[in-house]
Each structure stands twice: as structure tokens, then as C-alpha cells.
Design a protein around this ligand. Structure first.
Ligand SMILES: [Zn+2]
Ligand SMILES: [Zn+2]
Length: 192
């Protein structure tokens, strides 16, 4: 008997199909002035990924692909899912329209405004924040700034300092640490 793993990135549909399902068609159609850039965005495939802990979504313009975090598909999170979806669509439309990677610059912001979205680089989604997934947190003794680690940091807090307060003032201390995973489980874990 072998253990089968679910495909971690199943395709959930094209942007066109999902925008219908999620009633975002009229929002995307506001970008009709972008012509073929919008058409090609509508043909993009959307995938779901459950491995990313803190990334809501990613747009791969050349591959015509959008990846959304599976955490966005839980009940009650439709608004976050929709805004992430439109955010990534705006990347594809802007990049195709301007024939270059616009990042979160002017080209992308223009599309976001056309779609009726606030052109914010990233919106705070609590359950995707590093804090929600931290296994270790350090604290600056000077300013109280918290530093969250999603993976076990290689360095120790006493060998680092707070970026805001500098090496003299910004001494760091371990604030919180999750219990380490059981040994057996750790040994079995494969490195991809
Ligand atoms: Zn973005
Ligand atoms: Zn500090």
C-alpha cells in the first residue's frame, strides 16, 4: 500500500469561468478598454495552492496562470478571495498591455482603479500573516517590534539586531517558540 497525495495545485478553472461563478464578470469587463490584454487574461488558468503559508496569490503572466492560496477558499473568506483574484488579474492585464513586468507600479495601479479596486500593494489578510503562522517570534527590547518566523531561523536572536533600532540599541530576545515537531516525523520529512 502506498500513500497517495492529492495534487497540491489543482486547476480550478479559467479566469473567465471563475469570474462568472464568483460574479466578478462585470468588474473585469470594466477593463474592456485594455482589449486583447483582457481577453488573454480571461483565458488564464487559475490554480489553488495549499503549501504557501503567507502568500495570498501569484500571477505568472508568461505562463498565463494565476495561483491562489487554498486558505482563501474557506467559507466566509469570499471577499478576500475576490480581491486577491482581481489583484492578480490586474497584474496579468497590466503586464500584457504594457508588454513588460509592471510590478505594483503605475500600469498595475491603473488597471486596479479601472476594476474598482484599491491599488494597494498588499492587503492584510490576518490568517495569511506571518504572525498567524509563526513558529518563532523575536522581540526588540528597545522598540518592542516583533519579528515572526514561519520557518525555524538559522541564526539566534542574540546574534542579530532590530533593523529600526540598530546594533547598539536594538538587542533582540526570543519572545515565543512553538514546540519542535516530534523526532520521528522530522526524520521522515523529505526535502523537495
Ligand atoms: Zn501583486
Ligand atoms: Zn527596535
Amino acid at each position: 500500500m502506498s500513500i497517495e497525495e492529492f495534487d497540491p495545485s489543482p486547476t480550478v478553472g479559467t479566469v473567465r469561468e471563475l469570474s462568472r461563478k464568483w460574479r466578478l464578470e462585470s468588474r473585469l469587463n470594466r477593463a474592456a478598454t485594455y482589449g486583447t490584454a483582457l481577453d488573454r487574461c480571461l483565458d488564464c488558468e487559475v490554480e489553488v495552492n495549499g503549501r504557501a503559508k503567507t502568500i495570498a496569490g501569484t500571477a505568472f503572466t508568461r505562463e498565463r496562470r494565476i495561483v491562489l492560496n487554498s486558505a482563501l477558499f474557506k467559507l466566509g473568506r469570499e471577499a478576500d478571495r475576490n480581491s486577491t483574484f482581481l489583484h492578480e488579474c490586474a497584474h496579468i492585464i497590466a503586464n500584457l498591455h504594457r508588454r513588460r513586468d509592471c510590478g505594483h507600479g503605475r500600469g498595475w495601479r491603473d488597471v486596479m482603479e479601472t476594476l474598482g479596486e484599491r491599488p494597494e500593494r498588499c492587503h492584510t489578510i490576518r490568517y495569511l500573516s506571518p504572525k498567524a503562522h509563526a513558529i518563532e517570534t523575536w522581540l526588540c527590547r528597545e522598540c518592542g517590534q516583533e519579528y515572526h518566523f514561519v520557518r525555524r531561523p538559522r541564526r539566534r536572536p542574540e546574534h542579530c539586531w532590530c533593523g529600526k533600532c540598530g546594533p547598539r540599541q536594538g538587542r533582540l530576545a526570543l519572545h515565543w517558540q512553538a514546540a519542535p515537531p516530534p523526532r520521528a516525523k522530522r526524520a521522515k520529512r523529505k526535502t523537495p
